[in-house]
Design a protein around this ligand. Structure first.
Ligand code: PMT
Length: 398
């Protein structure tokens, strides 16, 4: 996987920079040609000479020095790289990249490269947990960067917590594994639904739910990255659709039904992560309802169950995956939906948990399969879960 590849290793200024020497060595032993860019901070921990000796290549430390063997160096390295690994990635480096800054050789190169980027955050656990850092991490992940999660343990600053850079061997395995399935969905067409639907009451009001679209968008993005052709049908969401997917924006359950039914027959895999409203308002007012009355009554009518309809229409070879959002009797309710809607798999999330379900960055799910088996997954980010789900679905397919 790494043999003959040009790997750009970015090293930023954290104590874990010493581990990057071993990482460079492992990458070289795996057959890669390793080109190191060090930030100014990194050079306080390790010398460029160490990396030059380990990699056998010149080490870039500045944008302003004499150009040596790389012509217009940042563009040359950005173009040369087959993949980029930044390890360790400090909080300061992460925020600069999240803002699209290009104020040194590493940030400039990363902005210019089209190669896949991996980054391994490493820092004090409070810095890591800080909302600002988490938000910046999300920006990079949404931008398609591959996040190598930090480990828990004893940190150099003396505290115990999350923030330690994984061992170099694990980083190499992570990169190998990710690159290996980078194209394992080529030729597969995936239809994903995401976010909640809005059911109008009058021209300015609606009935909605708390679905943000994060789960469905993460699935669409992961499938696209793995080479699938992706159609994303989404209810209203503040998220930006992942690059390269065909995006269909809908509002109500009825609009979602129409869009999904129109594209259903061409899809090999359908994943319904959307939170579709079960009811709509029977008599939608033409004009804004005035608050003249102390009480008003809205009559709600049942919406069509889109997933059930798909289950009835499913052709041989198509895989149908649903989600179940439950606050009680998770397994019983999910199992009933799996059977009633003729699904191949259902992803059951206990949405009463704070770290799972609606509008969270993480999810905790149980997977129920058509053959009666069940698998429980640990808490993980929705991006990680998206990849896990796709891997499991592909195994089921083969
Ligand atoms: O968007 P996020 O903030 O990231 O939150 C993710 C999520 C919690 C919304 C997602 O993980 C999830 O659980 N989605 C399904 C929510 C839901 O509507 O569950 P349900 O148990 O009511 O429906 C079961 C399945 O039937 C779902 O796949 C749903 O898309 C589908 N359905 C439901 C009703 C309906 N009228 N038509 C449908 O197709």
């Amino acid at each position: 996987m790494l043999k003959g590849k040009n790997v750009l290793l970015g090293v930023t200024g954290g104590i874990a920079a010493y581990k990057s020497v071993e990482l460079a060595s492992r990458l070289r032993k795996a057959g890669a040609s390793v080109h190191v860019i060090m930030t100014r901070g990194a050079q306080n921990f390790v010398t460029p000479l160490t990396f030059r000796e380990i990699t056998g290549n010149p080490v870039t430390t500045t944008m302003w020095g004499e150009v040596t063997n790389h012509n217009v160096e940042h563009i040359a390295l950005a173009n040369l790289a087959d993949l980029v690994i930044v390890a360790p990635a400090t909080a300061n480096f992460i925020v600069k990249c999240a803002m699209g800054m290009a104020d040194d050789m590493l940030t400039t190169t990363l902005l210019a490269t089209k190669a896949p980027i991996f980054f391994a955050p490493a820092m004090n656990s409070n810095m890591y947990d800080n909302q600002l850092t988490q938000r910046n991490l999300d920006v990079l992940i949404e931008n398609g960067w591959n996040f190598i999660p930090p480990e828990s343990g004893h940190l150099a600053c003396g505290v115990e917590g999350v923030g330690r850079m994984p061992e170099p061997a694990d980083i190499v395995d992570f990169v190998r594994f990710t690159m290996a399935f980078a194209a394992d969905m080529l030729g597969i067409k995936v239809l994903v639904t995401a976010a909640g639907t809005h059911e109008p009451i009058d021209p300015v009001r609606y009935i909605g739910n708390r679905s943000s679209g994060k789960m469905g968008y993460a699935i669409a993005e992961a499938a696209k990255k793995r080479g699938a052709e992706v159609i994303l049908v989404s209810g209203p969401s503040a998220l930006t659709p992942p690059e390269g997917v065909e995006f269909i924006s809908v509002e109500s359950a009825e609009e979602m039904r129409e869009a999904v039914l129109e594209r259903f027959s061409e899809a090999d895999l359908i994943i319904k992560a959307a939170a579709v409203a079960d009811y709509h308002v029977r008599d939608v007012a033409d004009q804004k309802i005035k608050k003249n009355e102390d009480e008003i009554t809205l009559v709600l009518k049942k919406n069509p169950d889109i997933l059930k309809e798909l289950g009835e229409k499913k052709r041989g070879g198509q895989i149908l995956v649903g989600f179940a959002a439950e606050t009680q009797n998770l397994l019983e309710n999910a199992k009933a939906k799996l059977e009633k809607k003729n699904l191949d798999m259902i992803v059951a999330n206990d949405v009463s948990r704070k770290d799972a379900g609606f509008n969270t960055d993480t999810n905790v799910v149980k997977l129920l399969y058509k053959n009666g088996t069940m698998e429980e997954l640990p808490i993980m980010t929705k991006h990680k879960l998206a990849d896990e789900l796709l891997t499991k679905i592909l195994h089921m397919k083969n």
